[in-house]
Design a protein around this ligand. Structure first.
Ligand code: MGD
Ligand code: MGD
Ligand code: MO
Length: 770
């Protein structure tokens, strides 16, 4: 198979809708991995790269944050320890296509602004630092030193450091993240928005409040030894495919799986393990024992109903609750039970669309289980009551003592491969004073103490003219955030925008008055500095910190590592005599890790421990010894009252989700294979009955119009044009469209009030036939 040139932009008229697939992965998944790798990298690079993926001596997958098997737990790594979508992530980065200065000479910024994120990404790796000067039409090459001069002088011109925002996407290594937050705080601001603000922020908020730490409490072995796993609001077949192998182990050991989702996602139903002959050739393993097809946003009502059934069963027959755990380890039980006993079943039915018998079946499964793990992702976090819903999941686990014992616990399944590590390293607009004190002690620099802006606050500040400069360490801010049109205007109103990137995306083509693109090394590439080859470290979804080292020659000789970019900018911005030895950071990442060891809790002897074969696991009080560092010193029960989402007649509740062929705003291809959707992306999935009730027909072309009522009662409308209507077995009253195409519909004001996470999964829309 030959390497392919990037295709033209998406021709939506080529949409083909076929049957949904009945099992995930299998031979087809293996073939697609190889095909995409060959297309982007060619044969020899494919055979040099994929065998290093997720191996101890290789690099960490730049896809999701799913953990690797641990030798200490008796689990060997396979020679192919990656999934189809991991292979696509690698192919996307290790591609041989290049975006060189002549590309920018051929395409003006206005020209590029007409292209989709798909087209932009497919052009290949950016090879040179580029600048768009005020009033210019094209990006032009710029020397690195000059680029840092431009940025430093723009930043120094601000009235206050608080007029700048410094975004991070979760692919950034621990070392780069630590150095970056140190630069930003030394400059004088805590404005450190990150992708997590749109992702698992609700999980962090809910878990910190209830169990004292915003991270999951299970290891891979816990998950695999559970006898009941809830997979709620998550599509692992696409977004965490290696999780399917763990779910298969649960099933083999006799455990059960409950999937709660408005869509019958293929990866929740059946898995053909590509690592086994049976998986490749046979029918595969059934996964979900109970598929709970919930209405969008109905989960809080569901979990409350389950809690009440557990309490009722305790009253009727006893032996259901873990009374000893409740007495010794929890707080707020009486308040919780007083409220939890009153359930309005009509309201539950309306919110969830579920039959009471099915909820009772799940309650019995919970009662029968000795070891329950609850997994969730964006289907729970990106809601107005995201935090409340996750707190309710915790309530349910606390009732049966399912935290801090083998085979049980909470498992928020993270997205970006190092999003959890970035937070551990201080990428947060409101790091606690203890962390800032430790930084001051270590570096003798005064740290700003007032909290900074998160992602939504940054957008609001840009709109209000308070934010003048925007710097992004990775990511695609414009396409990932809500209210695309407003966001684009906000970014364009900035005096300075800087993107540290591997590939082109929309955030480069809606620039501020002066804009820079700083191209950087990816995970797969050799990172050679003055002291020799460097490795970096990452933390997975289960708090395991380990090394990652790329081996490929860099995409261009002009690339700098993220650490080098930050260190050099710091020297320009803060002056050569600054008390932090930035140059040493760049020369030798061990120096950074020594500082991390002194500053970041749980990271003592970082350099030594991260060199162990599997790395090391960060401490976690609830998991390790049922210690809860909450205000009460115990695990907290909470009272959460569901607010029914009122959907006006003729409207649907729309969620935005990922196809099987994308990584967030990076579109790998146009095949959402499991859902049977091919060649196009502007589709909206709606239940066949709803299509009839709306007097529409399958295949109609419609505009999606979102309706959002602000605090003053004004209705804001937003429009996304020309989507093809696809009849799909989604829960009634619901609709689904892909992110980022549907982001123009997400109102900036629609957030979870506790976590400030945009509500990307519950948008009231009407469909207008075109
Ligand atoms: N290949 C690939 N891997 C990825 C990513 C990618 O884009 N591509 N992205 C990475 C990132 S950053 C993240 S955060 C994760 C995202 O992983 P997921 O959370 O799995 O991603 P989404 O596609 O947003 O899917 C949300 C799921 O929740 C369901 N859902 C929506 N609303 C509700 C609801 O109200 N209740 C319930 N119970 N379910 C609901 C949807 O039907 C869908 O199955 O994946 C990571 N891994
Ligand atoms: N409507 C809606 N919006 C959403 C979501 C949703 O479900 N619905 N999901 C949200 C979630 S969960 C997340 S996490 C965010 C994601 O938001 P982001 O993290 O901002 O977006 P990505 O698409 O992951 O970023 C892709 C870009 O990262 C750059 N990149 C890739 N690798 C590297 C690298 O190694 N180094 C550097 N410096 N750059 C690199 C490339 O230039 C690429 O174009 O989006 C959120 N937005
Ligand atoms: Mo995410």
């Amino acid at each position: 198979m030959a390497r392919k040139a990037p295709r033209q932009d998406i021709d939506e008229s080529r949409l083909e809708v076929g049957a949904t697939e009945d099992a995930a992965v299998g031979m087809k998944g293996v073939l697609v991995s190889l095909q995409r790798s060959w297309e982007q990298m060619g044969l020899s690079r494919t055979t040099r790269t994929l065998p290093l993926l997720n191996q101890r001596s290789g690099f960490d997958c730049p896809g999701c944050a799913w953990p690797d098997p641990q030798e200490s737990e008796g689990d060997k790594r396979k020679s192919a320890e990656f999934c189809e979508n991991g292979a696509k992530a690698v192919a996307e980065e290790a591609t041989t296509r290049r975006v060189e200065p002549d590309f920018f000479a051929r395409h003006s910024v206005t020209d590029l602004a007409d292209k989709s994120d798909y087209w932009l990404g497919q052009q290949g790796r950016i090879t040179h630092p580029m600048v768009l000067r005020d009033g210019d039409t094209h990006y032009r090459p710029i020397a690195w030193d000059e680029a840092f001069n431009v940025i430093a002088s723009e930043l120094r011109c601000l009235d206050s450091p608080d007029q700048a925002a410094f975004y991070t996407s979760g692919r950034t290594s621990n070392e780069a993240a630590f150095v970056y937050q140190l630069l930003v705080r030394s400059f004088g601001t805590n404005n450190l928005p990150d992708c997590s603000n749109m992702c698992h922020e609700s999980s962090g908020t809910a878990l910190t409040e209830t169990i004292g730490i915003g991270k999951g409490s299970v290891s891979l072995s816990d998950l695999e030894h559970a006898d009941l796993v809830l997979v709620v609001g998550q599509n692992p077949g696409t977004n965490h495919p290696r999780m399917l192998a763990s779910l298969e182990k649960v099933k083999r050991r006799g455990g059960k799986i409950v999937a709660v989702n408005p869509l019958p996602e293929t990866g929740l139903m059946r898995f053909k393990n590509p690592q086994s002959v049976r998986g490749v050739l046979g029918g595969g393993s059934p996964l979900a024992d109970e598929f709970v097809q919930i209405r969008i946003g109905g989960d809080l009502a569901l979990f409350k109903a389950l809690g009440s059934l557990l309490l009722q069963a305790e009253q009727d027959r006893g032996g259901v609750l873990d009374q000893q755990f409740i007495d010794e380890c929890t707080h707020g039980y009486d308040e919780f039970t007083n409220q939890a006993r009153q359930v309005d079943w009509d309201a539950v039915t309306e919110a969830t669309g579920l039959r009471r018998e099915q909820i009772t079946t799940v309650a019995e499964m919970l009662i029968d289980s000795e070891r329950t793990v609850a997994c969730w992702a964006m289907g729970l976090t990106q809601h107005k009551q995201g935090v409340d819903t996750i707190r309710e999941v915790v309530n349910l686990l606390l009732l049966r003592g399912m935290i801090g014992k083998p085979g049980a616990g909470v498992c928020p399944v993270r997205g970006h491969s190092n999003v959890q590590g970035d937070r551990t390293m201080g990428i947060w607009e409101k790091m606690p004073d203890t962390f800032l004190d430790a930084l001051e002690n270590e570096f003798d620099v005064t740290m700003p103490r007032h909290h900074g802006w998160d992602t939504v606050d940054t957008l609001k500040a840009m709109k209000a003219g308070h934010a003048q400069a925007f710097f992004a360490l990775g990511g695609n801010f414009v396409s990932a955030t809500p209210d695309t049109r407003g966001t684009e205007q906000a970014l364009q109103a900035c005096a300075l925008t800087v993107q540290v990137s591997t590939k082109l995306n929309r955030s480069h083509v809606v620039p501020g008055r002066t804009a820079l693109i700083l191209p950087t090394l990816g995970r797969t590439e050799r990172d050679r500095q003055a002291s020799g080859d460097q490795f970096v470290t990452v933390e997975d979804s289960m708090s395991v910190v380990h090394a990652s080292q790329g081996r490929l020659p860099p995409a261009s000789e002009h690339l700098l590592s993220e650490v080098a970019i930050i260190s050099r900018l710091a020297r320009k911005l803060l002056g050569a005599d600054h008390s932090v030895s930035w140059e040493e950071f760049e020369n030798n990442y061990d120096v950074i890790r020594d500082h991390i060891a002194h500053v970041v809790p749980g990271c003592a002897d970082f350099n030594q421990r991260v060199r162990q074969p599997d790395g090391f696991i960060l401490p976690h009080g609830p998991r390790d010894h049922r210690t809860f560092t909450t205000a009460s010193g115990k695990a907290n029960f909470t009272v959460n009252i569901p607010e029914l989402i009122k959907i006006p007649k003729g409207r649907l509740l729309l969620q935005t989700l990922r196809s099987h062929d994308q990584y967030n705003t990076t579109i790998y291809g146009l095949s959402d294979r499991y859902r049977g959707i091919e060649n196009a992306r502007r589709v909206v999935l709606v239940n066949a009955d709803d299509i009839v009730a709306l007097s529409l027909a399958d295949g109609d072309l419609v505009d999606l119009v979102s309706e959002w009522t602000d605090n003053q009662g004004n209705i804001e409308e937003r429009r996304a044009e020309r989507f093809s209507l696809v009849a799909y077995p989604i829960a009634k009253g619901c609709a689904a469209a892909y992110y980022p195409e549907a982001n123009p519909l997400v109102p900036l004001g629609a957030v979870d009030k506790k976590s400030n996470t945009p509500v990307s999964k519950a948008i009231i829309v009407r469909l207008e036939r075109v």
